[in-house]
Design a protein around this ligand. Structure first.
Ligand SMILES: Cc1ncc(COP(=O)(O)O)c(C=O)c1O
Length: 372
């Protein structure tokens, strides 16, 4: 397959470990191993102590699959396949799609959610939010664009990079469209459980539709990106078996230590997630004050969930130029919207890292000396 470079990943590869300050990360700070071990229950600690570093079960450790299933209403361990989240997108798209198929996908997006289909020779219709209406994803767009060749709807709610979270009515409408047509719904839920108002949490796709696949993982919500553990949950067992069979050509199975660490993280989820949501709230308040002080430069639709938001630069300021100057002059790495192939007016700010207030202070200092 010929595939475009993953622009966001290339951007991070360039700056993540060289820039002094990171303002655009989408994960929460990685937990320290020591801390995770202290949060672990007796069973998981014993599994860690007695762990042997061989291959693991290719569908995932049975205890991990059971723990994941318990996160979803109506799911059983057999409905779960583990893998790295990015890997699971790749595998699922390859199993779901053929050249010439039509796909409707939320856009801008984590690139693989549309790029893999495009590179396979599918036609992808980009479902874009309306910033003027609070990053509204209008389901009427999906209804108007679905047609007999449409094989798949790809939704990512809470949304990267806007922080949008549609209402239950919007989500239900998308599910209904998929259901009426009997097509699959790939529901990327990597930021689910990080709603600022938990009352607005959407159901998981797999909880409401048998042909939905819910994707989630340890990276964003749980601060355990380094485990590279994620999962797909679906009641479509034939499809899950095909995806699992394709995984024999990628990683075969997950890393043994990672599975146990992920189990520990999931079992301590209440404490971990509460802390992360508190941090996001705090960072959002700090960001709000910063944006207010620089209202001459930015406008921002507040995020409703997840770890990121997407302020707009006012006037004619180029996001590429803004980000280049931030990293070169102040050592602050910020992701411009061009990395998502989506214009040159927005910048992504990450809210999941404890150091964000300090990073914003550095940026503000630099902006005070900068003219655009
Ligand atoms: C929406 C979305 N889906 C999937 C992924 C992939 O997750 P991971 O990096 O854990 O493989 C990301 C990562 O940024 C993401 O933002």
């Amino acid at each position: 397959m010929q595939i475009e470079p993953f622009a966001l990943e290339r951007y991070f590869a360039r700056y993540e470990f060289t820039a002094r300050y990171l303002a655009s990360c989408s994960d929460c700070d990685g937990l320290a191993l020591e801390e995770l071990l202290t949060l672990a229950d007796d069973q998981a600690r014993a599994l860690w102590r007695d762990l042997r570093l061989g291959y693991t079960e290719s569908l995932g450790h049975p205890l991990l699959r059971a723990e994941i299933a318990s996160l979803y209403e109506g799911a059983a361990a057999d409905d779960v396949l583990t893998g790295a989240p990015e890997e699971l997108i790749f595998l699922a798209m390859n199993c779901l799609l053929e050249p010439g198929d039509h796909v409707i996908a939320t856009f801008p997006a984590y690139q693989s959610l549309h790029q893999i289909a495009e590179s396979m020779g599918c036609e992808v219709t980009r479902w874009q939010p309306d910033e003027g209406r609070g990053w509204l994803f209008d389901p009427e767009f999906v209804r108007a664009n679905v047609h007999p060749r449409t094989k798949l709807i790809v939704a990512n709610f809470p949304h990267n990079p806007t922080g949008a979270l549609p209402s239950r009515a919007v989500f239900d409408e998308v599910v209904s469209i998929a259901h009426e047509r009997g097509i699959h719904l790939f529901s990327d839920e990597m930021y689910r459980w990080l709603e600022l108002d938990p009352g607005q949490r959407l159901p998981a796709g797999c909880e409401v539709y048998d042909k939905a696949l819910s994707l989630s993982g340890m990276s964003k919500v749980f601060g355990l990106a380094g485990t590279r553990i994620g999962w797909l949950v679906t009641h479509d067992s034939a499809l899950l078996a095909r995806i699992a069979a394709l995984k024999d050509y990628t990683t075969i199975c997950s890393s043994a230590p990672s599975e146990i660490l992920a189990l520990m993280g999931l079992r301590a989820r209440d404490r971990i997630v509460t802390r992360h949501v508190e941090r996001i709230r705090h960072n959002l308040a700090e960001l709000g004050q910063f944006l207010e002080r620089r209202a001459d430069l930015f406008a921002c639709v507040p995020p409703r969930a997840g770890t990121i938001c997407l302020p707009r630069l006012l006037g004619e300021v180029s996001a590429d130029l803004f980000c280049r100057r931030a990293v070169e002059e102040a050592g602050v790495m910020i992701v411009p919207s061009s990395v998502f192939g989506w214009g040159d007016r927005h910048v992504r700010i990450g809210l999941g890292r404890a150091g964000l207030p300090e990073v914003l202070a550095k940026l503000e200092e630099n902006l005070a000396r900068t003219r655009f």
